[in-house]
Design a protein around this ligand. Structure first.
Ligand code: AP5
Ligand code: MG
Length: 202
């Protein structure tokens, strides 16, 4: 494997609109890279289920489809990046989500002598992702999977996360993958992207 950050394994970021398939693809992607997958949304949901203070704080924002404040999210990620299991790389699903978070991540990784190897954006059209999430609402009962909140999450994505993709594109770290089609179709495209980036062998 190529050395991408001072001898450590790769740090890969997965981004894309709500319902694009980040969580679905993250499992296979993390396995292929041999790194743990970290989802900020999943950490918040676990804390909500456990009724921790962090969970109560996150719920105020998540149920409205707003971002949890950086004062909560950034230190949580820093702690996670300093845990021993991420020393050999990790897959970040849902973080960073704003240009400010991307800058924060860069300075945190700089101080650790590490850097992001690749950013994969899963692209999918709005009608498709809304229909996937409404279907998931019936199966999983996630509190932010109601149509008005889904639409709001899409708006927040367009306004706050899409500019971040440009930030990474300017540094040649961004690969955009078509998220339409079956889960297997999308996985094939992601796998090819990893090979192309030199992160895995064909
Ligand atoms: P988060 O949990 O990250 O949610 P999200 O970005 O809205 O995205 P989803 O998890 O809904 O979609 P996904 O892309 O993972 O799709 P999935 O694979 O599940 O964040 C939730 C909230 O937490 C945020 O709104 C915010 O409040 C807070 N938060 C998180 N990170 C934060 C941060 N960095 N800063 C501040 N706040 C933060 O797929 C969706 C459905 O489609 C599934 O049912 C799946 O089975 C199905 N599906 C997937 N792929 C396909 C396919 N190819 N064809 C058909 N169906 C498919
Ligand atoms: Mg997800």
């Amino acid at each position: 494997m190529s050395t991408v950050d001072s001898g450590n394994g790769p740090i890969v970021i997965l981004l894309g609109p709500p319902g694009a398939g980040k969580g679905t693809q993250a499992k296979q992607l993390a396995t292929r890279l041999g790194v743990p997958a970290i989802s900020t949304g999943a950490i918040f949901r676990q804390n909500m289920a456990d009724e921790t203070e962090l969970g109560q704080r996150a719920r105020e924002y998540m149920d409205k489809g707003e971002f949890v404040p950086d004062s909560v999210t950034n230190p949580m990620i820093t702690a996670r990046l300093k845990a021993p299991d991420t020393a050999n790389g990790c897959l970040l699903d849902g973080y960073p989500r704003t240009v400010d978070q991307a800058r924060y991540l860069r300075s945190t990784l700089d101080s650790m002598g590490r850097k992001v190897a690749l950013v994969i954006e899963i692209d999918a059209d709005e009608d498709e992702v809304v229909s996937r999430l409404l279907k998931r609402a019936q199966q999983e009962n996630r509190s932010d999977d109601t149509e008005p909140v889904i639409r709001h999450r899409m708006k927040v994505y367009r306004e706050q996360t899409e500019p971040m993709a440009t930030y990474y594109a300017e540094n040649d770290q961004l690969a955009v993958v078509d998220g339409m089609g079956t889960v297997e179709d999308v996985w094939e495209r992601i796998d090819q992207t990893l090979v192309h980036a030199g992160l895995v062998q064909p």
